[in-house]
Design a binder for this molecule. Structure first.
Ligand code: MTE
Ligand code: MO
Length: 314
């Protein structure tokens, strides 16, 4: 029997990617020719700050998600538990000046200004799948650099077995922090080998431009093979530790959110299955897709977990 695996992609999805690509090519040509002063495109208002960053190949099986969807449907509990509110509420967050504190098991520690942190790091565009634990999937062209490049500068010691990340705590600008929905500040963590993996990115932008505040400006983590909650936003502190960090979601609901949080269709969340996912922005008639092991990055990351029982270490 012939199994039809090639699903028809709705025109809306094809358009979002091709519009982005066309715009980018045109913009690059115009920038090269010195023709651009203001870009009237629908995606972002200007030639983005990062419009000239090199793009990697895009060979994923979901088209690039529309910028509008990625920046309008967000999870950011410091502002709201709703998905559309952070887009509005995050705008009053002050992100300049911004400092990053480095602590713990490393030779160099201290407080650094964001410009200082970014100095000498080459930005790249990385088009990654993103998968929320609530079963929506998207593909985002992030602008950032491998986290490892930054971490190595601080010379982590032999005791550095994990890396802990902390979000800004500023209830005057982050109204959600006045409510007990999570233990504040938001904390996440990675094992050091996960943190050093070349796929793990620190993002400063997306879609050729700076990160929208609701997507975690000015600095956020992107770990493409893990559920979205690992990708912590508005990072102000990185700490190298010997012990596994106590993360915000794990403290709030340990049976639901484990430390590893690898995308895994075979391990259900206690209240829902993770076997299928909805593509953000797709038509409501588009069937959900099968979730891929490690969000499709198994070839690159499965070896990090050799011998581990992934139902126990979820
Ligand atoms: N500080 C902070 N980081 C966070 C969150 C949050 O509430 N606060 N939500 C997480 C969750 S659950 C997801 S799915 C992603 C969402 O990223 P996006 O809004 O850019 O899609 O951010 C993650 N990072
Ligand atoms: Mo999430």
């Amino acid at each position: 029997m012939l199994i039809k695996t090639q699903k028809t992609i709705p025109a809306s999805e094809i358009t979002s990617e091709s519009v982005y690509r066309q715009r980018r090519r045109l913009l690059q040509a115009m920038l090269g020719a010195g023709l651009v002063s203001a870009w009237p495109g629908r995606v972002n208002s200007n030639p983005g700050r990062y419009a000239d960053v090199e793009t990697g190949a895009h060979s994923l099986d979901i088209p690039i998600t529309d910028f509008e969807d990625v920046s309008s449907y967000t999870n950011y509990y410091e502002f709201s538990t709703g998905k559309s509110e952070p887009k509005v509420l995050a705008q009053k967050l002050k992100i300049d000046p911004w400092t990053l504190k480095i602590e713990g098991e490393a030779e160099k520690t201290g407080v650094f200004g964001l410009e200082q942190v970014l100095q000498g790091l080459t930005l790249e565009e990385r088009i990654y799948r993103f998968r929320c634990v609530e079963a929506w999937a998207m593909v985002v062209p992030w602008i950032g650099f491998p986290l490892s490049k930054l971490l190595k500068r601080f010379k982590p010691t032999e005791q550095a077995k994990y890396v802990e990340f902390t979000t800004l705590y500023r209830p005057s600008e982050m109204p959600g922090q006045n409510r007990d929905v999570l233990p504040w500040p938001y904390v996440e963590g990675l094992r050091i080998d996960e943190a050093m993996h070349p796929l793990t990115l620190l993002a400063v932008g997306m879609y050729d431009d700076e990160l929208p505040k609701q997507n975690g400006a000015p600095l956020r983590l992107v770990v493409p093979w893990k559920y979205g909650f690992k990708s912590i936003k508005a990072i102000v502190k990185i700490r190298f530790t010997e012990k596994m960090p106590q993360t915000a979601w794990n403290s709030a609901a340990p049976s639901e959110y484990g430390f590893f949080a690898n995308v895994n269709p075979e391990v259900s969340h206690p209240r829902w299955s993770q076997a299928r996912e909805r593509v953000l922005g797709a038509s409501i008639f588009t069937p959900k897709r099968a979730t891929q092991m490690f969000n499709g990055y198994a070839n690159q990351v499965a070896s990090l977990y050799t011998g581990m029982d992934l139902t126990r270490y979820f």
